[in-house]
Design a protein around this ligand. Structure first.
Ligand SMILES: Cc1cc2nc3c(=O)[nH]c(=O)nc-3n(C[C@H](O)[C@H](O)[C@H](O)COP(=O)(O)OP(=O)(O)OC[C@H]3O[C@@H](n4cnc5c(N)ncnc54)[C@H](O)[C@@H]3O)c2cc1C
Length: 507
């Protein structure tokens, strides 16, 4: 093999998505000589290049630093839940965080293989414009999103849902639209919600856009229901009455997200869907009359692919039961965000089945429809996350089996299918990134492998860094915890809280 360049570092981070940047910053701040390689030519992964600009989860630690800095520049649409970023400014700010921490970056560099000796990754082999690059590192951090490095090294991985014959969640290529009157759109939404609640008690459809999509399908203006609704995030600094937004509404089903032929099928299918959706938005959605598609994400919206099998596999049950761990290094008050692998009408699965009801999950005897679980017929109890609770991820879920100098963060950590769908949101990916970067520093200072390191030490170190792992969620989440009222199941498997003023919180 002809080697164009060689590097030797303390910590190598593969993948410059939000998890990778967070990991590299934390490792460099712990005194490690850190190199980050990124396949594309910018940082942020799905959050920026995938146009997933709404930041969900607990915003703490390095994620908070990133967003506070964007906010200072006016590049954050700062609402209490799911603030949204300017995707391009988000990339610059991540780069600045890395450079300030002293991380070396290689763009246009893709990890393609590893050499392993005695359960240690000796070298990571990358492809770049220079040719082959070989990188030796004491600790390797896999934040490729797809657990590429772990898979090359032979770490056992799981793919997709066993219940769905190994299929992954449906995928979404996001796009950007310009010339949207968000004021008009919000007003139309508000009026629709009021009318629905007056007529039916709760909205009879998932959202206003759901209603409009159904009408367009009935009228033959959309050939089929692609997805029940559209997720829309405004781009900061664009005027409210002439806004740029990012949109997630395309969907491919029956996906196999580690198969390049199937990924290509999905992308071609979603290009066609974007053409249809632009026409739909202009014709049906108030505020979108003069809108147009102004950009396509250049990372495909893969929600899940491989998940490593680690020292602890976070269970679906752990999430709905809001479990906490002594080595908890990230907390997340999110619901199960499982996009349905096969069904465009349902869109989501927001519950798991337990044999018996368990506190504090919101449980009822199973009554879900046959098409919710087409390959099995689960009984017992449907259990949904209690919106007043939160769960933690243990450090052990970031430590893969088999390889002794590897850690993983972001959307490919060790978790069951539905649990993974909960922990994959951006803020949580940044928390697991910060945890592995911090752990790398502790390992090298103390001569330990990630497996030997006690995760409680990582938790303590993160608390010292100012991550409030020892406190309950605040702000938006505190508000949910304090909102009095009954939980109600809404269309689309969502939970809301019924208050005297109407349904207050849609999750
Ligand atoms: C359509 C969609 C909608 C979503 N909606 C939301 C939402 O509203 N809010 C929210 O918080 N989360 C949402 N998520 C989840 C969230 O965006 C992602 O799970 C999260 O951003 C993943 O971050 P990551 O750093 O783990 O991985 P990624 O963002 O996938 O980053 C991986 C990085 O590694 C690079 N890379 C990959 N392989 C290699 C390699 N071999 N060598 C070098 N570099 C490599 C990639 O180019 C990329 O930059 C959504 C996801 C999708 C797909």
């Amino acid at each position: 093999m002809v080697v164009a360049k060689k590097f030797d570092v303390d910590v190598l981070v593969v993948g410059g998505g939000v998890a990778g940047v967070s990991a590299a910053v934390a490792a460099a701040r712990s005194g490690c000589r850190t190199l980050l390689v990124e396949n594309t030519i910018s940082l942020g992964g799905l959050a920026t290049n995938g146009y997933v600009t709404g930041i969900a989860g607990m915003i703490e630690g390095i994620c908070k630093e990133w967003l506070d800095r964007l906010n200072k520049e006016g590049d954050l649409f700062n609402r209490p839940h799911t603030p949204s970023i300017d995707p391009e400014k988000g990339k610059f700010m991540l780069e600045r965080l890395l450079l300030e921490a002293g991380v070396r970056i290689l763009y246009g560099t893709c990890a393609v293989d590893v050499t392993v000796e005695d359960n240690l990754i000796k070298e990571v082999i990358c492809h770049s414009k220079s040719g082959k690059i070989v990188i030796g590192a004491k600790i390797v951090i896999d934040t490729s999103g797809d657990a590429d490095v772990a898979a090359y090294a032979g770490v056992p991985c799981e793919i997709g849902s066993a219940e769905f014959a190994g299929l992954n969640m449906s995928t979404t290529l996001a796009f950007r639209m310009a010339n949207v009157d968000m004021l008009k759109f919000r007003e139309a939404n508000r009026a629709w919600n009021e009318k629905e609640e007056a007529e039916h008690g709760v909205p009879s459809k998932m959202t206003y856009v759901t209603d409009l999509i159904d009408k367009a399908v009935e009228n033959g203006d959309l050939p089929y229901k692609i997805f029940p609704t559209a997720l829309i995030y405004p781009v900061p600094k664009t005027p409210e009455d002439n806004a740029d937004i990012t949109v997630m509404t395309t969907h491919s089903y029956y996906t196999r997200n580690t198969d390049v032929e199937d990924l290509t099928r999905q992308i071609i299918e979603q290009h066609q869907q974007i053409i249809w959706m632009e026409k739909f938005f202009r014709k049906y959605v108030p505020g979108f009359e003069n809108s147009r598609v102004s950009g396509l994400a250049n990372l495909h919206g893969v929600r899940d692919s491989r998940r490593i099998v680690g020292e602890y596999v976070l269970k679906d049950e752990d999430v709905v039961c809001a479990r906490k761990f002594e080595d908890g290094i990230a907390k997340f008050p999110e619901f199960l965000d499982t996009h349905h692998p096969t069904n465009p009408r349902l869109g989501f699965i927001r519950h798991v089945h337990l044999e018996q009801p368990q506190e504090p999950a919101v449980c009822r005897p199973a009554q879900c429809s046959d098409d919710m679980h087409p390959f099995v017929k689960p009984g017992g109890f449907e259990a949904r996350c209690n919106p007043r609770e939160y769960c933690e991820i243990p450090y052990r879920s970031l430590v893969p089996l088999k390889i002794d100098n590897l850690m993983v963060a972001g959307r490919c950590v060790s978790a069951e299918f539905n649990a993974n769908a909960a922990v994959r949101v951006i803020a949580t990916c940044m928390s697991t990134g910060q945890a592995v970067g911090t752990a790398a520093g502790l390992c090298l200072q103390n001569g330990l492998t990630p497996r030997e390191l006690d995760g409680k030490q990582v938790r303590e170190a993160m608390i010292k860094q100012g991550v409030p792992l020892d406190n309950e969620p605040d702000k938006h989440w505190q508000n949910i915890r304090e909102t009095k009222g009954e939980f109600v199941l809404l269309s689309g498997d969502f939970i809301g809280i019924r208050t005297p003023q109407g349904i207050k919180i849609h999750l």
